[in-house]
Structures are given as structure tokens and as C-alpha cells.
Design a protein. Sequence first.
Length: 421
Amino acid sequence: MFILKKQALINFIKNKGVYLLVAVAAILYGYFETQGKGDFYIFLSAADDLNSKANIYEKKYVDGYHYFYSVFFALILKPFVGLSFTAIKFCWLLINEILFLHLFYLLIQSEFVKVLSSSKRVIFLFMVVLFSARFFIDNIHTSQITILILWCCIYGLYCITQEKSIKGAFILALGINIKLLPIVFLPYLIYRGYFKAFFATVFFYILFLFTPSFFIGHEYNVSLLKTWFHLINPANQNHVLDVEERSFHGLSTLLSTLLVKNVPDVYALNLKRNICDVSLSALTSVLLLVRLTLVTFTLYFLRPVFFSKAKNFWQQYIEVSYILLIVPLIFPHQQAYAFLFTLPAVCCVFYYLILSDLKLKAHPVILCAVIFIFLCFGLKLFLGMFNDYYDHYKIVTYGALLLIPLLVWLRVQVKKSPNFF
């Protein structure tokens, strides 16, 4: 009994030591990244402009960048205007780090990870960290909002599936309001029969849209909403030829560079990348067709009958991972940091490979695909001096697209061996 208690104490101290080390590292990293303005300066500047009733969506900030997020988000930041920018930015980065660690905590505590042996669990988590490092660093360095949105998607859905519909709907609606990306989960809620959560999410979303009216005036709020919806309208020409910045990725950017010879990309290198030259109307049609194909392909992962829950957690994890994966692909104006949304799909692939004892010799094509994806995602981190070439050829988008056939392969393996998981 004494030996067992002693071992339990040692394990407790070890765990606490790990948590303390992670906390100190997060604080120090957040502190070092407070230098410079980053995108958080744009967020705070837009919040400040609410005082003067300026149109925060027509105005440009920091070298001509627009504010693309909700009025409600700007309103949340409004009380912090005038305080020390460095201190507020540090708090913002720390919040993002905490949310990211919370996602890892949910992953570690999930049933399918708990069944792994200690050694396999360490390998699995190490690979996940390795694949996500570039996108996590990009988000913190630019003080972006992707981590918060991803957390709203995953934790919101987690609460909903745990029969905490109102809480989950509130979190999911907050993400949709701030940045429209999580709206893809509204059809998913209907398909899977989470009707209470669906209607609650719609209710909270509308509430978040019009709450600013009580603080800045209804007429001003509605005027801002109209401008915002026009700004983010995917039918806008600048969202079809989505090449305003070299660091843009996603289908709209990739197809523009592949199908149009002289795209208005002032940052393009003098290196050929197009395979043909089509008109803008043809590009629009192709882009729409590819987007619809990826969205429709979601049904492949949702095969069970309508209005029924997923058969098990593993099936649900794969289908949600696919939806998250296509988010940065189908939406325009996406930077590389948005591809943090691919992380759940990466987790799915590595989980199967590790659970099957990494028998990659039997799957050489899969091994090559995993290596290629890692290079597409991580080359900037390890060989950043060639980053202009990576962005020129949009390799991050290729890496994300290659994850789709890997998820298909994984679903086939699940179907072949349902008792394996």
C-alpha cells in the first residue's frame, strides 16, 4: 500500500512538473511575441473607431488591411481601448495559448487516445505537435484569431454531443459571429439530428448580430453589418482572383494561379505556375464546381441515415475532421495560419498509423503522402529562407488537399475492421 501511494505521489509531482513547464513556456513565448503590432492592433483599432462611429469595414488599417470580423467582436474589445497595448496583446496571446492547450487536453482525455499505451501516446502527441507547430507559431506571431475559432468549433460540438446543447450552441454561435467559417456546422447539426442545438445556435447568432445595437445604436450597427456582409461576400471579384497577398492559400488562390496566366499578383515570382489561361467567368465556374464537389463529398463521411447520430466517437471524429479540413480550402482570403483547421484530420491519420504499429512498409504510398504533407506544412518552419517559393506555388493548399484521400483511405480501413477502433 505504501509503495502504491509513493508511486502515485511521484506521478502527481511529475504531472505537475510538466504542467508548470508548459505554463512557464507559454507565458515566456507570449511575452516575446508581444513585440510589434500584429493583427491584434487591427482588432483594437476597429474597436476604437466604434467611438467615432466610423465605418470600420471601409477603413483600412496598418498598410491597407481591412478589419474582417464582427461588430460584436469589436464591441467586446472596446473596453480595452486606451490601455497598454503590450499588456492587452499579451493577454490576448495568453488566451489563445490556453485555448490551444485546452484542445490538446480534450484530445488527451478522449476515449480513443486513452486506449493507447504510454509509449504510443507519447509518439502520437509528439507527431501532432510537430505537424501543428508551424500553424500555431504563425497564429501567435500574427496575433490572429484562428485558434479561438477552431476552439469554438471543436468545443462547441463537443458540448453539443455531450448533451449540453445550449452551452455548445452559444460557443459555436460566437465563432460563427466573429468569423463566418464555423457556419459549415449548421447543416451538420441538422443532418445529425441535433435540432435543439441548431435552433439555439441560430438564436445566439442573431443575438450576437444585434447586441451591439444597444451600445452603439441600431442604425449604425445595421449600416456596419451591411458593409461587412458585402466585404466578405465570396462572389466579389477579389475573392475569385484571390491573390492580393502572396501568403494567401486555399482553392480560390490555387485555382487562380493555375488557371490564369497573368493574375494581378504583384508579389508573384518570375516563375511559371499556370497550366492554362481561362477567362474570369470560366474561373468562377470552375471554382464554384470544385467547392460544391468538396462540400457534397461530406456525404461520403456522413453515410448513415439522416437525422441520426454517428455510430461511435471515432466515426464522428473523422466526419468532423473532414468538415474542418475543407473550411480553409473553400473559403476565400485564407492565410496559411487558417490551415490549423487541418489538425484534427492529421490526428486521425496518425492515430490509425500508430494504433496499427506504424506498419508503413505495407503502405508506402501512405508514407510518401504523410511526408509530403509534412513538408508542405512545415518547410517554412525549417527552411524559411525559401518561403517566397512555397507561397508562390501554394504548397500548403496541396498538403491540405492530399489529406482528403488519406481520410477516405482511413474510412475504408475503419469499414474493413470496425472492431479495430
